[in-house]
Design a protein around this ligand. Structure first.
Ligand code: ATP
Ligand code: MG
Length: 565
């Protein structure tokens, strides 16, 4: 496993850069030694693995420093938000193993306070109502290298702005008729300081405040002030907000009276290869039916990963392994898969299943006889115990474990060749049957009775070991095999091509009539197993009585790794 930037820096100083900042603040007794973070999702979609990183970071820091972490819904954009998203976000955070402080907070709870503060800014001559159309305002912002143009409304009397702002709130104007802007500096090289918009008119029902408001605060105006109201000490966000930081601080400086200020700290967002992460794009995949919902196991959403069989611990380990960086980077999606493989290897019981069955008849095995073979559930876990698996004259093996004319290095079954059936006997292939299309229908073997565990020939060595399922005892299942959803390493990174043009047409393969060992009869949705030699699988929520559905979480080895290709 390559060492991450984070691991390297931790080894040097023992801390990542955010921890270093917090420790310094604690040393200086800043904020009376309080450490209070927050995770501030906008409820406009389901959370993805990038959010998981932010969740692990924020809630993790709170844990490390005996501090608190709030969950705050940044619900300032009612057109795109929905309670369905609020509920799924809470479910996902809890599933990851974190609990927020006190209660769920909402930026919308501060609408009145924000409004009052906005009036205060107007009164102080630091905000004004601009009646120009949006396009004109954008145009006047100009470019970073040249000063922008001041709005003709910039220096209008305070009373006029105050009156208009109150009437904006009262619903007297239509959407877009005017906005409230902060009066900062139209010549600032930082475009965000060129009189940014604080409020827009939006006659739209809000999922919490109903029709109480028809003006809504912009992100920059709502965010820092919400941090301030909640007593947040360290406001950790992604790098694209670095350039917003002067504005974040400017607003607070106009309002805060004491010395307490939340401090914004930026880190690099998680980017994963072969994945798109923006909620807008994920929503497109859902709405246009490229996937079967937000929790489709191919989605990088937390709910998709959960359904795919990822465990909370594997995601937390992944987040820890990639650490926090100050510069943008792309993480190989193989590292995420490594993390779940690593965890499931320790906890998932190993069982037998045959996905593409081929019947084997053991001609010298007595008809009607059944032996219960004792098999270990997980050699990695001594407490996992063992189970009995029925063995009989007719068994299934994997179709690709037999070749009519096997090459020398093929250590599986072929005419005249011997293999061990895992946990049972050594068998030798004596012949096979084909149908009129040349497809092999049955294989005939003989077994060596002395090669059972404890028998005189138990130590006899053969090159190959196969998994198997007794025909009479097999239960049937549907198995869904997933592959990467995109064929391009950076599907959203092409200017001339839509990210959806890189969708992998073979990202889902559904197999019917797969054969499972009998012990899986009682498996229920969410159950996780290693199907031996095939990979890690979990039982899908689509399972019905007598019709189990399994999802493959990951193959045993990474098929995309150069080594395994
Ligand atoms: P997206 O752009 O993917 O739709 P977003 O940034 O709009 O996501 P929010 O709901 O605003 O999503 O994000 C909530 C928190 O999660 C923010 O603090 C944001 O910085 C963080 N976050 C979002 N995406 C990532 C990511 N890829 N890596 C790390 N943190 C992220
Ligand atoms: Mg956002």
């Amino acid at each position: 496993m390559p060492e991450s930037e984070n691991e390297k820096s931790r080894k040097l100083s023992g801390l990542n850069f955010i921890e270093a900042i917090i420790e310094e603040d604690l040393y200086n007794n800043k904020n009376q030694g309080r450490v209070h973070l927050r995770f501030p999702p906008e409820p406009n979609g389901y959370l993805h693995i990038g959010h998981a990183k932010s969740i692990c970071l924020n809630f993790g820091l709170a844990k490390t420093y005996n501090g608190l972490c709030n969950l705050r819904f940044d619900d300032t954009n009612p057109e795109k938000e929905d309670v369905e998203y609020v509920d799924s976000i809470m479910e996902d955070i809890r599933w990851l193993g974190f609990e927020w402080y006190d209660k769920a907070y909402y930026a919308s709870d501060y609408f009145e306070q924000l409004y009052q503060w906005a009036e205060k800014l107007i009164t102080a001559g630091k905000a004004y109502v601009d009646e120009q159309p949006q396009e004109m305002i954008s145009e006047q912002r100009g470019v970073p290298t040249r000063p922008g143009t001041e709005s003709p409304f910039r220096n209008r009397p305070v009373e006029e702005s105050l009156d208009l702002f109150r009437r904006m709130r009262a619903g007297e104007f239509t959407n877009g008729a005017m906005v409230l802007r902060a009066k900062i500096d139209m010549a600032s090289p930082n475009m965000h300081m060129r009189d940014p918009i604080m409020y827009r008119i939006l006659h739209h029902h809000h999922h919490r405040t109903g029709d109480n408001w028809c003006i809504y605060p912009m992100y920059d105006w709502a965010h820092g002030q919400s941090d301030f109201i909640e007593g947040i000490t360290h406001s950790v966000c992604t790098l694209e907000f670095e350039i917003h930081r002067p504005l974040y601080d400017w607003f607070l400086d106009q309002l805060a009276e004491g010395s307490y200020r939340p401090r914004q700290i930026e880190f690099a967002r998680l980017n994963l290869s072969y994945t798109v992460m923006s909620k807008r794009k994920l929503l497109e995949l859902v709405n246009e039916g490229h996937v079967n919902g937000w929790d489709d196991p191919r989605m990088p959403t937390i709910s998709g990963l959960r359904r795919r069989g990822y465990t909370p611990l594997s995601i937390r380990n992944f987040a820890d392994r990639i650490g926090v960086a100050k510069r943008d980077n792309v993480i190989d999606v193989g590292l995420l898969e490594f993390s779940v493989r690593e965890h499931l290897n320790q906890v998932a019981p190993r069982v037998f299943a045959v996905l593409d069955p081929l019947k084997v008849i053991i001609t010298n095995y007595p008809e009607g006889k059944v032996e219960e073979m004792e098999l270990q559930n997980n050699p990695e876990d001594p407490d996992a115990g063992s189970r009995k698996v029925a063995f009989s004259r007719e068994i299934y093996i994997e179709r690709d474990d037999f070749l009519e004319e096997p090459p020398k290095k093929f250590f599986r079954l072929g005419p005249g060749r011997e293999v061990r059936l895992k946990g049972a006997y050594i068998v030798k292939c004596e012949g096979f049957e084909k149908d009129e299309n040349g497809r092999i229908t049955e294989i005939y073997c003989t077994y060596d009775p002395s090669t059972k565990s404890g028998g005189s020939g138990a130590g006899r060595k053969v090159k190959g070991t196969l998994h198997w399922v007794s025909v009479a005892h097999a239960i049937e299942a549907e198995v869904r095999l997933y592959d990467r959803l995109f064929l391009d390493e950076d599907p959203a990174g092409h200017e001339d091509k839509d990210f959806k043009s890189f969708i992998n047409p073979d990202s889902l393969k559904i197999l019917q009539h797969c054969k499972l060992e009998q012990s899986l009869e009682t498996a229920t949705a969410g159950g996780q197993f290693q199907l031996q030699r095939l990979g890690y699988f979990c039982v899908d929520k689509d399972s019905r009585e007598k019709q189990l559905v399994f999802n493959r979480t990951v193959p045993l080895r990474d098929p995309w790794s150069k080594k395994n290709r």
